[in-house]
Design a protein around this ligand. Structure first.
Ligand SMILES: Cc1ncc(COP(=O)(O)O)c(C=O)c1O
Length: 374
């Protein structure tokens, strides 16, 4: 077996054709037909009215918060168990991220702990659909409504995920996606905002393009400090080809995950994220396992080293936001207990998760894990 990387992009549709077209026609900046087409198709895929393309998922979240007018003096509630970009996006606005522990079964934000962190400064809740499992959006939206807060979905890992037949990105005031190379839909680097609110959409478009007026003459007079967060037509060409195949790619990731579960379920000491709830589709971005070393007979570190010897790549899970020096220095409250988040960080890791993995490879990876068990 050759080296098995943790994740490779899968570009099996019209990517090359569209990129060649973009390059050969000279439309390589953010003007060009693929940008609009990608935005339109991605909005449709999420069952949302509007989409705004940007350079990456971190920026998508930043721009989403800017479009809602969130800034200095405000607080945004986020899960502690997330990628640092969720927190940094809040910091860029001058607002403070406020952390909540994860739920032991779903690994998403523990919704029972949100209300105790709401203050007069809280402006938004940013749930993160971790590894492609949509958060308990009914409860989150009800809390937000009760306290008059915005909901900003961090859907960076959840393209096409569903909760009660609604798509990730369509629950909130605004949502951000990432198209980094390891995502189920990728443009290498890239991101997108989706929303159903025209005013929020217009704000996002305005701030994304250095606050050029949306209509009227370009006289180079700027009334606000804006950003250049534009996606290029070449990148959007890849995105359009990806979104055309989004359902296929989603099924490939789900199938991978089902195979991992098939070969590893009932193995003492190996724990998976909860199965999809009723009427929900998890899109299984990364195949993550948590090791209970007493039951498995080896620690996570020993298993990772063993997998590496056998040519199998892995990745550690996120370190909690409450453990980040950068956020502590920024003034975030890092006190309190985050036992689920710490349990995940200490004992969990990703297994290879490329869309294109064959059953033979997944069976091989699982056999290595099974044989190593004491
Ligand atoms: C939960 C989450 N939020 C935000 C991001 C940021 O996306 P990007 O890497 O495209 O900036 C990521 C990226 O992996 C992520 O996993």
């Amino acid at each position: 077996m050759n080296f098995i990387p943790v994740c490779e992009p899968y570009l099996a549709g019209n990517e090359l054709k569209y990129v060649t077209d973009a390059v050969s026609t000279g439309w390589i900046s953010s003007s060009g037909p693929y940008v609009n087409r990608f935005e339109e198709e991605f909005a449709k895929y999420c069952n949302c009215k509007y989409a705004v393309s940007v350079c990456n998922g971190t920026i998508a979240l930043h721009l989403a918060l800017v479009a809602l007018g969130i800034g200095k003096g405000d607080e945004v509630i986020i899960p502690s168990f997330t990628m640092i970009a969720s927190a940094f996006a809040v910091c860029y606005t001058g607002a403070k991220p406020v952390f909540i522990d994860a739920d032991k079964e779903t690994w998403n934000i523990d919704v029972t702990k949100i209300e105790e962190k709401i203050t007069s400064r809280t402006k938004a809740i940013m749930p993160v659909h971790i590894f492609g499992k949509v958060c308990d959006m009914d409860t989150i939206c009800a809390i937000a409504k009760k306290h008059n807060l915005y909901v900003v979905e961090d859907a960076a890992e959840a393209h096409g995920a569903e909760y009660h037949e609604k798509k990730a990105g369509s629950f909130s005031d605004i949502a951000g996606f990432s198209f980094f190379a390891n995502k189920n839909i990728t443009t290498g680097e890239g991101g997108m905002i989706v929303t159903n609110n025209k005013a929020v959409y217009d704000q996002a478009r305005y701030y994304k393009n250095v606050c050029f007026p949306l209509d009227g003459p370009r006289n180079y007079q700027h009334e606000n400090i804006g950003y250049n967060y534009r996606m290029s037509n070449v990148v959007a060409a890849i995105g359009l080809a990806q979104v055309e195949k989004a359902d296929d790619y989603r099924e490939m990731r789900i199938r991978n995950h089902q195979l991992y579960r098939k070969y590893l379920t009932d193995v003492p000491g190996i724990i998976f994220q909860a199965e999809p709830a009723e009427n929900c589709v998890d899109v299984c971005w990364m195949n993550t396992i948590v090791i209970d070393s007493e039951k498995y007979g080896h620690t996570k570190e020993e298993l990772i080293a063993h997998l590496k010897e056998k040519g199998i790549d892995t990745r550690l899970l996120f370190t909690g936001m409450h453990k980040q020096k950068a956020l502590k220095d920024f003034g975030c409250d890092c006190s309190g207990e985050y036992s689920v988040c710490e349990w995940l960080t200490q004992n969990g890791f990703y297994l290879p998760s490329s869309s294109s993995l064959s059953e033979e490879i997944i069976e091989y990876i699982c056999s290595v894990i099974l044989k190593f068990k004491i």
